[in-house]
Design a protein around this ligand. Structure first.
Ligand SMILES: NC(=O)C1=CN([C@@H]2O[C@H](COP(=O)(O)OP(=O)(O)OC[C@H]3O[C@@H](n4cnc5c(N)ncnc54)[C@H](OP(=O)(O)O)[C@@H]3O)[C@@H](O)[C@H]2O)C=CC1
Ligand SMILES: N[C@@H](CC=O)C(=O)O
Length: 413
């Protein structure tokens, strides 16, 4: 059966938006059959030279005119940020347009509200590209786990952080050089602090938690640490003890509630996540029936991310073609039950400035385990310790004038 053309209005023509244009301009046969056509694109700056690169597509700086255009069926939002993007998406949904977005910041914070607006107007709101780039994790959680209780999601959810750590470890790059390269490659957010301070991975973890556990936690429910304090001594010491350091996002359902953590973790060298390098992301889903399922792939970048947008567009194309109202991507506004810090227990990798601290002094603070002194630092690998003890170490060491560089959790299982 011949399909009607689906007119797409694209907001943003940066890393992600240009990837979508590339894929749709030269579509593979199965994609070509769906008649997806970008008709208009909103950007901040239009020049005759820029317009000339996109024959048949009208570039405009008037994004509002796209989200209200009666000829447009689907709006793809790839401008990022929350204020303008939210206003545009709300208008598009209210005008009866389906919306696809890669915007995890917005979906993490306002996704429930937007999803309700979409349902009211009988349109779809999809955002597979917002979480882990090319990895189809949201559809997998939605479609494959309805009958299988999940116990834990463990992932590398920020490509930029993983890329920076790989560059520092494998190529001896400085942190600043590695971050600059991630920016040039289009992996980093407009504000790269979101990547390196763990916020981007936290947004993704909040969305994953909705899909995996049907609960809706907030940023305040997540223990967040970035990668900015890591230095070459950490990688050396961790590897002597048989670990890699990986930027993980973990959502675990315990009898006391959800434990949500974003932090560089020590990961045993033989663990599958230890081998995930560069801008790749990975997710391990632990559940009752399947036990463990893993997926690895590019977590950032133009074509990998745009490919996930195409997957959303194909779902919508079928609904438009058959006259169906798209299903809600996720359907929960249940508040999260979050475990108390006293119940969040893990072994820790403790780095302290200076090498003069004796084992006895450390033991007096309750910091015991294997000790390494290397290049002006003392590092201790402890047994299982609760988050409340870690909070106490921070205040006691600060009061004693001792520099506590970081306390990293060790991944278990
Ligand atoms: N980069 C990646 O690998 C990934 C990004 N994402 C998400 O995708 C979204 C886009 O990211 P990315 O492509 O990297 O961003 P870029 O900064 O590369 O591109 C942003 C685009 O949006 C346009 N733009 C910004 N503000 C406006 C506005 N007010 N009106 C019209 N156009 C506007 C810019 O126009 P102009 O070109 O004129 O400046 C630019 O084309 C973000 O939400 C990001 O978090 C998700 C997964 C991966
Ligand atoms: N900046 C993000 C891009 C994809 O979400 C990342 O590095 O993962």
């Amino acid at each position: 059966m011949t399909m009607n053309t689906i007119n797409i209005g694209l907001l943003g023509l940066g890393t992600v938006g240009s990837g979508l244009v590339n894929i749709l301009q030269d579509p593979q046969p199965r994609l070509a059959a769906r008649q997806l056509r970008i008709t208009r694109i909103a950007v901040r700056t239009v020049t005759p030279e820029r317009q000339a690169q996109y024959p048949g597509i009208a570039l405009t700086t008037d994004s509002q005119s796209i989200v209200t255009d009666p000829k447009i069926n689907v709006v793809v939002e790839a401008i990022g940020g929350t204020t303008k993007a939210k206003e545009l998406i709300k208008t598009a949904l209210t005008f009866g347009k389906h919306v696809v977005t890669a915007n995890k910041d917005l979906i993490a914070t306002d996704g429930i509200e937007l999803s309700q607006i979409a349902a009211t107007h009988h349109v779809g709101l999809y955002y597979e590209a917002a979480v882990m780039g090319a990895i189809p994790v949201l559809r997998t959680l939605r479609n494959a786990y309805a009958g299988d209780p999940i116990s834990r999601i463990t992932g590398i959810a920020n490509g930029t952080s993983n890329f920076i750590l790989t560059q520092m470890i494998a190529h001896g790059s400085s942190y600043d050089d590695a971050l600059a390269l991630a920016q040039r490659k289009g992996f980093a957010e407009a504000n790269p602090a979101n990547d390196v301070e763990g916020l981007d991975a936290t947004y993704k973890l909040l969305i994953l938690t909705r899909f995996a556990f049907g609960m809706n936690p907030s940023m305040d429910d997540v223990d967040i640490q970035g990668i900015t304090t890591l230095q070459p001594q950490d990688f050396v010491t961790a590897s002597i003890w048989g670990y890699a350091i990986k930027p993980l996002a973990v959502s675990e359902l315990t009898p006391d509630g959800l434990c949500l953590r974003v932090a560089p973790h020590l990961v045993p060298l033989g663990h599958p996540l230890a081998a995930v390098r560069d801008e790749n992301n990975a997710v391990l889903i632990d559940s009752q029936n399947v036990k463990r399922l893993s997926m690895v792939g590019p977590g950032a970048g133009s074509l990998p991310t745009a490919n996930s947008i195409v997957a959303d567009l194909l779902d919508l194309a079928d609904d438009i073609h058959y006259g169906n109202t798209p299903e809600r991507f996720v359907d929960t506004d249940t508040p999260a039950i979050v475990a108390d810090s006293a119940h969040r227990v893990a072994p820790r990798f403790v780095s302290i400035t200076g090498t003069g601290f004796t084992r006895e002094q450390l033991r007096a603070l309750g910091i015991t385990g294997r000790v390494q002194r290397i290049r002006g630092r003392t590092t201790v690998l402890t047994g299982p310790v609760a988050d409340t003890d870690v909070q106490r170490w921070h205040s006691q060491l600060a009061a004693a004038g001792v520099g506590l560089i970081h306390v990293l959790p060790v991944l278990q299982g």
